[in-house]
Design a protein around this ligand. Structure first.
Ligand code: AMP
Length: 508
């Protein structure tokens, strides 16, 4: 049987080719038939350009239906898709093109000169353009091609995509995902989250990342249902579309922003059956406030580029705020302490996973890949976490974020939770900063509310308020008050930027 992911998705497309797949902001609709035909034309073009199965197709473009079709066309033709964040600059792009050596690079017209220069240096022979409205030489070149294309046979182990990890530390690595990896996770999530006929997904995530491209699109395509395909998140726009939607997937920031809308509440969510959150931790306060305002319990799940989703709160049964739920069917998850032994309930350790969804390895880095897997085949995620008594998993942060002060481990989340609960605090990020005696000093960057409680906060006041509740070595030595925390496109707090910024400053 052909294990090409496209073949699996297409087998679930609706019988009626006129059924809607993507609904655009201007009301135009891409039907499933449109998607099949456009991806066939593009797949024919890719083959005509001389690419062979296994060759890479890189795209640094905005989110448009045509961009999604390019992804589908690439896998359909047996190529390996490489989506790139449009925000990437010259030196990053240079690395990706040089490292992955794609046979085709699709860029935005405004970056054409740079694309040509870097493509020439990396030996990439084809460069085509796709603009932010879905037009360009890619589409012009594909138009004359046939509307039909026989999906290229692939085994489950063949590569479908390479996603460069967000690389908040060190050099970004290309995570290789096979057709089997993607198919397995798509089917698991489709079932676990009870996708059903008539679902309409509100899609406001970017499509260069695992969350927007795989989790959101694959579940929808496998379901043969429609999605509102919006270029980006906008709270007011989301309020307009939610009444016609049944499922929304978002990063925590989306939910925080929706709650900032005074009129957001039950009325806007009357048709909704599921809100999913992930890619960054959802604050317990956001989870609670969302429930109070809308009656909906956000379902938080956890995963990463290197394997899609690993855990999820249950669809039926209690969704527990502050946790990421249970390991998904087919994913073995264990949490181990320093000696490699399983942790006890409530004890923090390193999260390791194994399963059909877990990636193949890092592109061109066999050594690095070996280092990241245990002898018995578990991937070391780099995340720290714990089990509660009912086996819900809680994430405590990245192991790289662990602060080691005077030889003692401090998990930032424990301190962040205390600070976040103080009146006047919006949120906080705890980091380690170089310290002559302790190696690292626990330091807190705190966002204040713009109300009197927030204005009344002081650095020493914050320290005094939590001092009695924490062992002395965990109490922040330095506190910085700020208006906001730096975040990347997926809503993750960029602690590396904070470390850089405050290491250079004189401690207060
Ligand atoms: P990425 O590969 O960009 O998707 O980033 C994956 C990382 O995001 C994980 O390794 C976690 O550190 C973090 N992450 C994803 N989902 C969650 C979540 N629900 N709660 C906390 N951290 C999360």
């Amino acid at each position: 049987m052909n294990q090409n992911l496209y073949a699996l998705l297409a087998a679930h497309f609706p019988r009626d080719p006129a059924a809607p797949c993507m609904i655009l902001p201007d009301g135009r609709v891409w039907s499933y038939g449109d998607v099949e035909r456009a991806s066939a034309r593009m797949a024919n073009l890719i083959v005509a350009l001389g690419l062979q199965p296994g060759d890479r197709v890189a795209a640094q473009v905005e989110k448009t239906p045509e961009a999604l079709v390019l992804y589908l066309a690439a896998i359909r033709a047996g190529m390996v898709f490489l989506p790139l964040n449009p925000a990437y600059q010259r030196h990053e792009l240079e690395h990706f093109l040089g490292d992955a050596t794609p046979g085709l690079f699709v860029c935005r017209p405004q970056s054409r000169a740079l694309a040509d220069e870097l493509a020439a240096a990396a030996g990439v022979s084809n460069v085509l353009e796709l603009d932010d409205a879905g037009r360009g030489t890619l589409i012009n070149a594909a138009t004359p091609h046939a509307d039909a294309f026989a999906t290229v046979p692939r085994t489950g182990a063949d590569l479908a995509a390479i996603l460069y990890t967000s690389g908040t530390t060190g050099r970004s690595k290309g995570a290789m995902l096979s057709h089997r990896n993607l198919a397995h996770n798509a089917q698991t999530l489709h079932d676990y989250w009870h996708f059903q006929p008539g679902d309409v997904l509100l899609h406001m995530l970017p499509t260069f990342h695992v969350h927007g491209l795989f989790v959101a699109c694959h579940t929808t395509l496998l379901n043969g249902s429609a999605m509102f395909f919006e270029p980006k998140f906008d709270a007011a726009r989301a309020m307009q579309l939610l009444p016609q939607s049944t499922v929304m997937m978002g990063v925590p920031t989306f939910y925080v922003r929706l709650l900032h809308e005074p009129s957001f509440g039950r009325e806007a969510c009357r048709n909704m059956r599921l809100f999913v959150s992930g890619s960054a931790p959802l604050l317990k306060e956001t989870f609670d406030e969302f429930k109070a305002r809308t009656g909906h319990t956000i379902l938080e799940r956890y995963g990463m580029t290197e394997g899609g989703m690993f855990t999820s709160n249950p669809y039926e049964g209690e969704r527990r705020g502050g946790t990421v739920g249970f390991p998904l069917p087919g994913t073995a998850l264990r949490i181990v302490g320093a000696g490699g032994t399983a942790v006890k309930t409530g004890e923090v350790g390193s999260i390791q996973v194994k399963g059909e969804n877990v990636f193949v390895g890092y592109w061109g880095m066999p050594e690095k890949t070996r280092e990241e897997f245990t002898a018995d085949g578990f991937f070391m995620t780099g995340d720290m976490g714990s089990w509660d008594a009912d086996f819900y998993v809680t994430i405590s942060g990245r192991s790289k974020d662990l602060v080691i002060t005077g030889g003692l481990n401090v998990y930032p989340k424990e301190i962040e939770e205390l600070i976040d609960a103080m009146p006047g605090v919006v949120e906080s990020a705890v980091i380690g900063l170089p310290h002559p005696d302790f190696g690292e000093a626990v330091s807190a960057v705190v966002v204040r509310q713009k109300n009197p409680a927030g204005k009344a906060l002081t650095e020493s006041g914050i320290i005094a308020a939590i001092k009695d509740r924490l062992a002395n070595f965990k109490v922040p030595k330095w506190v910085y008050l700020v208006d906001e925390l730096p975040r990347n496109a997926m809503g993750k707090v960029q602690k590396n930027i904070l470390r850089q910024e405050y290491s250079a400053q004189k401690p207060r």
